[in-house]
Write a protein that binds this ligand. Structure first.
Ligand code: 8YV
Length: 324
């Protein structure tokens, strides 16, 4: 893809990075109405464009690459890439990159937002005020649970898990227990006194708040099922800013309705943007619309990182964030 590659961008990006795209590539196609592409338009893009820049809302399973594609570079706008079959892409000669690091703090902040909102019943309270149902202060009104000093359990102590652990430990005095077979020295995560344990179950049994930070996709699919939810304390909260498929949603709805756990704070869903009515009806669930990395600064940085990877690829250098 030398000279002037054709570039398809599947969703709107923040203006500063769309401007860079227009300045750099004369044949860039921006998705001006910002509607999700769907399978047909994605297949067409892979057949016609040298470069496609997708997001989490674009499903790219193996069949998209079957029979070969024109696209040589897929620069994913986001760190998680379980929506792309990277093996099939590689077999079709497509280089895939992602955007690690630049969204770590924004996503960890979202996780802490959910911890606080869930434990302190902030969503319930906000709805009460807005609906004109607040009747005044009283000693037993909307009592939540303390956050400061309670134990946080981190499943997946990578970049984002570590950033949540540091916020919890140093901002909220929370002891940290974690499961991540790849992290043997918690000092490397910036939390020297975090306690690594050998199983997911130990984290679930010990934590007052459990926060998920592993990748989605086959390996972790339905990791948090009915049996594991039952291992959690009845007073505990489950936080998910990672991927929806890590949690069995049906089992979570049951656990939230029958008091198996106290509450859940979710930013991601396995059927996005569909959120089951049974979940939406539960007062002890705080539900955000996949806001993890949604700040101006972070989304611009993500776009710039996609562009850096694309530039490296087009100049024949190894893209810094190649996956697989
Ligand atoms: C993005 C995310 O908003 O990076 C990820 O994996 O889930 C979010 O930061 C989304 O993926 C955009 O493609």
């Amino acid at each position: 893809s030398d000279g002037d590659p054709t570039v398809v961008v599947t969703r709107r990006w923040p203006e500063p990075v769309e401007r860079q795209l227009r300045e750099r590539f004369s044949s860039v196609q921006l998705n001006t109405d910002d509607t999700p592409f769907g399978a047909d338009r994605l297949r067409e893009a892979l057949q016609q464009a040298d470069v496609v820049l997708p997001t989490v809302s674009d499903r790219l399973p193996a069949e998209m690459f079957a029979g070969g594609v024109r696209t040589r570079f897929l620069g994913n706008f986001g760190v998680g890439f379980n929506h792309i079959d990277v093996d099939a892409a590689a077999a079709a000669g497509v280089v895939v990159t992602n955007t690690p690091g630049v969204l770590t703090d924004a996503t960890a902040d979202t996780a802490m937002t959910l911890v606080l909102m869930t434990a302190r019943r902030a969503g319930e309270g906000e709805r009460e005020v807005r609906d004109g149902r607040w009747t005044g202060w009283r000693p037993t009104h909307l009592l939540g649970s303390d956050v400061t000093g309670r134990t946080i359990g981190i499943l997946g102590m990578g970049r984002i898990g570590s950033a949540v652990a540091r916020r919890a430990r140093f901002g909220f005095d929370m002891p940290v227990v974690y499961y991540d077979p790849n992290v043997t020295d918690p000092a490397s995560a910036g939390v020297p006194d975090a306690r690594g344990v050998g199983t997911v179950e130990e984290v679930l049994e010990q934590a007052d708040v459990v926060s998920l930070h592993m990748p989605g996709g086959a390996g972790n699919s339905r990791l948090i099922d009915a049996e594991r939810l039952a291992r959690m304390k009845a007073t505990a909260f489950l936080i998910n800013t990672a991927r929806g498929d890590i949690v069995d949603t049906g089992a979570l709805v049951k656990a939230l309705s029958n008091g198996t756990i106290a509450g859940a704070g979710l930013d991601v869903y396995d059927t996005e943007p569909e959120v089951p009515e049974a979940l939406r009806a539960l007062p002890n669930a705080v539900l955000l619309p996949h806001l993890g990395s949604a700040t101006w600064q972070t989304r611009v940085a993500m776009g710039e990182m996609v562009l850096d990877n694309l530039t490296a690829f087009l100049e024949g250098r190894p893209p810094p964030c190649r996956v697989a």
